[in-house]
Design a protein around this ligand. Structure first.
Ligand code: GDP
Ligand code: IMO
Ligand code: MG
Length: 457
């Protein structure tokens, strides 16, 4: 580890930082984690799984990270996958191999919690099959031939098995954790029971496949366990050891606050606590250690999958943002829904996450618009105005956005040198964000590359 650590200096107290998305994901967390990694020693993922897609661009190289923390490009830092993450071991090994093939060192510097839950193949099948049934594209349990298609209740998940894996975590007795992969006998005992239950469930969801084979699954997953064994450890003690050594820790949020299972637009959310509130439970590190919370937000709004998005633009303006911002999912390639910046939502997320600073990303995408709109309040069905976000999809679907209109700018921003050299209308746009959210902007991003970053602290 480098001099950003404070080992040996009894007085220096490192800053432990959280990086968290304040919208519906894909805000540019990967880019900021990569940037801030330089001043931290340990980078920790605390939630989610391979549903995340974090992009880091370094010169001509573009890396899409799904399970491995975005700090991995620095060989002298430690990356940790905490207990709150659900790990697909096959995907993790693929990601390690792909990075190594590109010359990135993934050795002793990547650790995985023995208590992180395992995403099994049947979780992914269940995820896809349930989505299919909920979208009424397939016959559901108890449906009759020729029955009329019902309402679409699908979430638009990434089909990475996230929901079913977290459901097993809560079920307890049908769950498998990374540590279990190291004990083939235990794994087989568990899988004999689990496979019988899951095979029946998958059949009920309309999956036409042979019953799951516990022996085969044990063979495969014990082998994956052997491969990952040197990395699997008690990461809670590991992290507390780093805290005691005064190493600086960076907590990398996946997904985002409005997708948080408790605080997002339920049920159109993911299955973990992706706000900063998930950090203590997902790592074993008390939240009181974290003094800096960098809230990451796009200069506009995007969302992938179903669920309310009051400021969505389903017109040419939305298409323009999608094209300029290249708004296609890092994990699934789906086009992202685009809209004006919803500051009711961002202010809410900043409150829930305790944001101490903001990073405003993709500001360059907004060049060339005559005017820009900021949503500052919602109009409720009874006609009244509210400045409160509603973390409930049914009720959120009934609000309409109330906008403040600001003048746009024509200049491209991708080569801007600092905040004060931005066009005046861009500066005004940023000031309004700070005023309405009530949190200072520390980072402004004007392009995907490390160098296309303005700091205004
Ligand atoms: P994450 O999931 O929050 O890490 O975000 P994603 O990587 O899924 O999506 C953000 C996308 O925006 C990626 O393709 C980034 O390379 C890109 N990006 C990040 N910052 C900027 C920026 O300031 N301008 C532009 N044009 N692209 C950016
Ligand atoms: P990053 O970390 C954007 C969305 C999915 C879906 C819902 C539930 O790259 O910002 P899931 O597969 O988690 O059960 O899907 O949550 N979703 C994301 N959207 N970025 C993400 O991660 C997301 N992770 C989950 O599109 O609507
Ligand atoms: Mg993403």
């Amino acid at each position: 580890m480098t001099s950003s650590s404070h080992a040996g200096d009894a007085r220096a107290k490192p800053t432990h930082t959280a990086v968290v998305g304040l919208q519906w994901g894909d805000e540019g967390k990967g880019k900021i984690v990569d940037l801030l990694t330089a001043s931290h020693d340990v980078i920790v993922r605390y939630n989610g799984g391979a549903n995340a897609g974090h992009t880091v661009v370094v010169g001509p190289q573009r890396y899409a990270l799904h399970l491995i923390p975005s700090g991995i490009l620095y060989p002298d830092k430690v990356c940790v996958i905490g207990n709150g993450v659900v790990v697909d071991p096959e995907k993790l090994i693929q990601e390690i191999d792909a990075l190594r093939a590109r010359g990135i060192e993934v050795g002793d510097n990547l650790k995985v919690s023995d208590r992180a839950h395992v995403v099994m193949p049947y979780h992914k099948e269940h995820d896809a099959a349930l989505e299919n049934v909920l979208a009424s594209r397939a016959p559901g349990p108890g449906s009759k031939a020729g029955e009329q298609a019902g309402v679409d209740l699908s979430i638009g998940t990434t089909k990475r098995g996230i929901g079913p894996a977290y459901a097993d975590k809560v079920h307890r007795s049908t769950a498998i954790r990374m540590g279990d992969l190291l004990d083939a006998d235990l794994l087989l005992r568990k899988l004999r029971v689990i496979c019988a239950i899951r095979s029946a469930e998958l059949a009920a969801l309309g999956v036409n496949a042979p019953p799951l084979d516990p022996v085969e699954l044990t063979r495969t997953f014990a082998a994956l366990g052997r491969r990952l064994a040197p990395r699997i450890t008690d990461t809670t003690y590991l992290l507390h050891g780093y805290l005691a050594e005064r190493r600086a820790i960076l907590f990398e949020g996946a997904n985002a606050c409005l997708l948080d299972i408790d605080h997002g637009t339920y049920p159109y959310v993911t299955s973990s606590n992706c706000s900063t509130l998930g950090i203590p439970a997902g790592t074993g590190v008390p939240g009181s250690n974290i003094t800096r919370v960098m809230g990451i937000m796009k200069a506009y709004t995007t969302r992938v999958g179903a669920g309310p998005c009051p400021t969505e633009l389903v017109d040419e303006l939305g298409d323009r943002i999608r094209q300029r911002g290249n708004e296609y999912g890092t994990t699934t390639g789906r086009p992202r829904r685009c809209g004006w910046l919803d500051l009711v939502a961002v202010r809410y997320s900043a409150m829930v996450c305790g944001a101490t600073a903001l990073a405003v990303m993709l500001l360059d995408v907004l060049s060339g618009f005559d005017e820009l709109k900021l949503c500052t309040r919602y109009r409720l069905p009874d006609g009244s105005l509210s400045d409160r976000f509603i973390p409930d999809a049914e009720r959120m679907a009934k609000v309409s956005p109330v906008f403040e209109t600001l003048p746009g700018w024509r200049e491209e921003l991708d080569e801007a040198a600092d905040r004060s050299s931005l066009p005046l209308n861009a500066q005004q746009y940023l000031r309004r964000i700070e005023e309405i959210v009530g949190v200072p902007i520390e980072i402004i991003s004007v392009g995907p590359e490390r160098t296309q970053t303005l700091t205004s602290a």
